[in-house]
Design a binder for this molecule. Structure first.
Ligand SMILES: [Zn+2]
Length: 97
């Protein structure tokens, strides 16, 4: 599969270039909206995660990959809340904690 557009995961913002980067539906079809770290066989791998936790997790991963903590935090706070997964969930009422 060749995509001319740049695909980024709509859960974590990771750029996806190869087939193996994409998540999969239950029937094995490729889900081009999410990466395989976030979405696998029809489900989010981290279903219960909150936006804040997802950002923190991403910052940790980016820092591990060599990004500075400041850059990683900026990227996570700018990109992740605007992705589909999190915009949709904002409309859902969260139960009181
Ligand atoms: Zn992802």
């Amino acid at each position: 599969m060749v995509t001319s557009e740049k695909n980024i995961c709509q859960s974590c913002g990771m750029p996806m270039k190869n087939m193996t980067d994409f998540g999969t539906y239950k029937d094995g079809c490729i889900n081009t909206d999410y990466c395989h770290y976030c979405y696998d066989e029809g489900e989010f791998t981290d279903k219960e995660i909150s936006l804040e936790e997802k950002m923190a997790k991403n910052i940790r991963i980016a820092v591990k990959m060599g990004m500075s903590k400041v850059d990683a935090s900026n990227l996570a706070t700018n990109v992740i809340p605007s992705l589909w997964r999190w915009r949709k969930s904002n409309k859902v009422k969260h139960p009181e904690k």
